[in-house]
Ligand binder design. Structure first.
Ligand code: SF4
Length: 358
């Protein structure tokens, strides 16, 4: 057998830390059944209870105006476009109110890089949410959005922007905008967007300020398998340094209606293999989420036996991935049914993975 692959199998089975070379061997040449078994073993070691968590969250995209023009994005509109929008605070409040009965505990608040919105607008929005909905947690503003406010709009340090957003009510930061943390790839798919070093530094800064965030990977386009593992390595390194990531979420690129429509949609088999290697490689990130939004509920259920311990969030409204041709939707009941069908007990959580009442 390939000696690197054999070593990687042994180390993964013994819960030892993998190198980039070993992770790449697993992703490239590992037997899928072996990867699934190893990842599930590791998952059960990290989470011995037969429980799968999920969160009741509402996604709100506050603006679609954007000057970053990522080639993989079908959501944004150039400023001045007929379909450009920015939600008023009242519209935002109506969306939150409408989802309260369903048990929403958190909003995922993300938008385009709108050059017309100053930092004070974001602060006012957060203060409005905290005043009207004090118990709602705001998980919002990806690293590129924060960089856009700091660099393009206010010309002030990222640290100051994060501090002010936190003081106005921002709770945690989503890992969006990570895509692939490989500058060669970023230059092809999103040349105007945050560099790898800056994405990492923004999360590092947030962690240093006492905030938690998530890490993500959007794959299945320009990158090689070895680069997927390098991406994992960068996440693992920052987690060693700060311990600030609560979870890792990976999903596959959705090509419809984007400038990258020629890239073939990645097969679910490749998604599942990447999930297993993520579980094995990220030995310091406790939670791994299923991406039923891109893969559909049935593949997400398989992922629950392939290293994944969390079903992510409910979906009331989603504008970014659905603009690129993906239309899966699940409410809390459907998520719970999926979890139970796989032999696990569903448990509702908050962003910190603490149990909340259903
Ligand atoms: S992914 Fe975000 S930053 Fe990139 S074009 Fe779309 S809205 Fe703008």
């Amino acid at each position: 057998m390939d000696p690197v692959l054999e070593r990687a199998y042994h180390k993964a089975a013994a819960h030892e830390r993998l190198s980039v070379e070993e992770g790449t061997a697993l992703l490239d040449r590992g037997d899928t059944h072996v990867l699934v078994a190893l990842a599930h073993k590791r998952r059960m070691h990290l989470h011995p209870e037969p429980v799968v968590t999920y969160i009741v969250e509402r996604n709100i995209n506050y603006t679609n105006a954007c000057i970053t023009y990522c080639r993989f994005c079908a959501f944004y509109r150039r400023p001045g476009h007929d379909e450009e929008y920015t939600l008023s605070f009242e519209q935002l409040g109506q969306k939150i109110s409408a989802s309260r009965e369903a048990g929403v505990v958190q909003i995922l608040l993300q938008g385009g890089h709108n050059p017309d919105l100053p930092l004070t607008w974001y602060e006012d929005m957060l203060r409005y949410i905290k005043r009207e909905f004090p118990d709602i947690h705001v998980h919002g503003f990806s690293a590129p959005e924060i960089e856009h406010i700091a660099r393009d709009v206010e010309k002030m340090p990222v640290r100051d922007v994060i501090s002010r957003l936190r003081d106005a009510g921002l709770g945690t930061i989503p890992g969006a905008g990570g895509e692939m943390l490989i500058d060669r790839v970023r230059k092809v798919i999103a040349p105007l967007k945050t560099t790898t070093a800056d994405w990492i530094d923004i999360h590092r800064t947030a962690h240093q300020l006492g905030m938690r965030s998530t890490a993500t990977m959007m794959f299945g386009h320009e990158e090689t398998r070895a680069e997927r593992v390098e991406h994992l390595q960068r996440v693992r390194e920052l987690q060693d340094e700060t311990g600030g990531f609560t979870a890792f979420i990976l999903w596959t690129f959705q090509p419809d209606n984007t400038a990258m429509w020629r890239y073939p949609r990645l097969e679910s088999h490749e998604y599942l293999r990447a999930a297993t290697v993520s579980r094995l490689y990220l030995d310091n990130v406790k939670n791994l989420q299923a991406s039923w939004v891109t893969q559909g509920p049935r593949i997400a259920e398989i992922a629950l036996r392939a290293g994944v311990n969390d079903m992510g969030s409910t979906m009331f409204e989603e504008n970014v991935v659905s603009a690129a041709g993906t239309t899966y939707c699940m409410n809390a009941n459907e998520i719970e049914r999926s979890i139970e069908m796989c032999g696990f007990t569903p448990k509702r959580r908050n962003v910190f993975y603490e149990e909340v009442a259903a």
